[in-house]
Design a protein around this ligand. Structure first.
Ligand code: NAP
Length: 164
């Protein structure tokens, strides 16, 4: 099973501010929707709170330590290892954040789809984990993208793990 981290971060690997995304990147959200629709997404409880509902046409899994936590159309897990049984028949699953969840899955991830946003967010409070660049190879890199409703330009890179 391919475990794919999908994230957008700035020049300092910032991903969030005050529980929300630090930017509006409409075209990146469309890209996220296109990639994840029909697939399984796994998120932290705080990221779920910021979205507020299950994302449609995807199997939504939320990681929380609270064993009583539940929500409509959400599969709850209390330990990252539970994905091995819940997702055993899937080819690829998508870890969609936030910071704690990326960190929890970084060691087992085999692929990353990263939007490198050309800005530096002030007072960011959530960051993508530091990863060993030499353990990954870039398999795809987009042109610089900036559509009408995007706050900043960004480039999408796909990386695959080369060293375990
Ligand atoms: N730019 C991007 O691509 C992107 C993507 C997603 C999110 N974000 C941003 O990231 C920020 C949220 O990130 P965050 O790190 O604060 O929160 P998070 O990773 O979304 O969620 C953290 C929560 O997940 C649960 N959790 C974490 N590790 C666990 C483990 N090992 N076992 C069981 N449960 C575990 C805990 O939930 P309980 O407290 O319920 O136990 C914890 O409080 C927001 O600003 C959001 O907008 C950015």
């Amino acid at each position: 099973m391919e475990i794919t981290l999908i994230a957008a971060f700035d020049k300092n690997q910032a991903i969030g501010k005050q529980g929300d995304l630090p930017w509006h990147l409409s075209s990146d959200l469309k890209h996220f929707k296109k990639i994840t629709t029909g697939n399984t997404i796994i998120m932290g409880r705080k990221t779920f709170d910021s979205i507020g509902k299950a994302l449609p046409n995807r199997k939504n899994i939320v990681l929380t330590r609270n064993e009583k936590w539940e929500y409509e159309d959400i599969i709850t897990i209390n330990n990252p290892n539970e994905i091995n049984s819940i997702c055993k028949n899937e080819n690829e699953i998508f870890i969609i954040g936030g910071a704690e969840i990326y960190k929890a899955f970084l060691k087992t991830a085999t692929k990353m789809i990263l939007s490198y946003v050309e800005t530096e967010v002030e007072f960011a409070d959530a960051f993508f984990p530091v990863f060993e660049k030499e353990h990954w190879t870039i398999v795809n890199q987009s042109e610089l993208i900036r559509e009408e409703k995007d706050d900043f330009p960004y480039r999408i890179m796909t990386l695959k793990r080369v060293v375990k």
